[in-house]
Unconditional design. Structure first.
Length: 231
């Protein structure tokens, strides 16, 4: 899901998956993904469609839904996303999610040290919006469409969205590294990962979730964040 140019998708096939399908809304990204797959000699299916139309576009269910690195932060409604995940999985099918940590996204990305800038939850109707001339991938070509929109989703919202969609949580882990240099002062920490320098306070940079689709029904209660009344 949200496969972009398909590198993870191709890797899953090369690691031994029987069949792999990648989905993304960008025609340009899907074209690049198909080109990479052809060059790698990998038999991978790529489908161009909006995420929230994935069930109809893919026309089948799967054993695993794989979602990584820069995914739910682009979406306004994480509960709707979770329902798509559930509808794409067979009973007993599993989700693997690895994503940037919302606490990291709350910090000012352009500051010289950790500094809070954003609220812990972004309202659907009021996304974080800004212009960025360069892409996050490190490409030095100027973007034609520089406008960015993002939403910060608390981990509790992601977990509750998955539970209410019919999945059972297998694990939730937090990590001190992430797969891109989110802050200018972040340092390499292993292959293709970045963490905070020794002189910086440490915060979680990423989290991962494993969840399994229950064979029958949803939980008998809808888990939705409720306002806590002050006393």
């Amino acid at each position: 899901m949200q496969c972009h140019i398909g590198l993870d998708t191709i890797s899953l096939k090369n690691l031994g998956a029987g069949s792999v399908t990648g989905l993304d809304f960008s025609a340009t990204a899907i074209a690049a993904a198909r080109d990479f797959a052809a060059k790698a000699g990998s038999d991978v299916r790529f489908v161009e469609a909006p995420l929230f139309e994935a069930v109809e576009a893919l026309g089948r269910t799967f054993d695993i839904a794989y979602v990584t690195w820069g995914s739910v932060n682009w979406l306004d409604d994480v509960f709707r996303w979770a329902r798509v995940v559930a509808d794409l999985l067979r009973p007993g099918g599993r989700l693997y999610l690895a994503e940037g940590h919302p606490l990291m996204f709350q910090c000012d990305r352009k500051a010289s040290a950790l500094e809070f800038k954003h609220d812990w939850r972004t309202p659907i109707a009021r996304p974080l919006a800004w212009n960025e001339e360069l892409t996050y991938t490190g490409d030095d070509r100027i973007l034609k469409h520089p406008r960015y929109y993002e939403w910060i989703h608390p981990i509790s919202d992601v977990v509750n969205a998955l539970i209410s969609a019919g999945l059972t949580l297998d694990f939730l882990n937090e990590h001190d590294t992430v797969s891109w240099q989110h802050f200018s002062f972040a340092v390499r920490a292993g292959k293709d990962m970045y963490g905070l320098p020794e002189n910086s306070p440490k915060i979680p940079m990423a989290y991962s979730i494993g969840a399994t689709k229950r064979s029958v029904g949803k939980v008998p209660y809808l888990i939705t964040p409720k306002a806590i009344e002050s006393h």
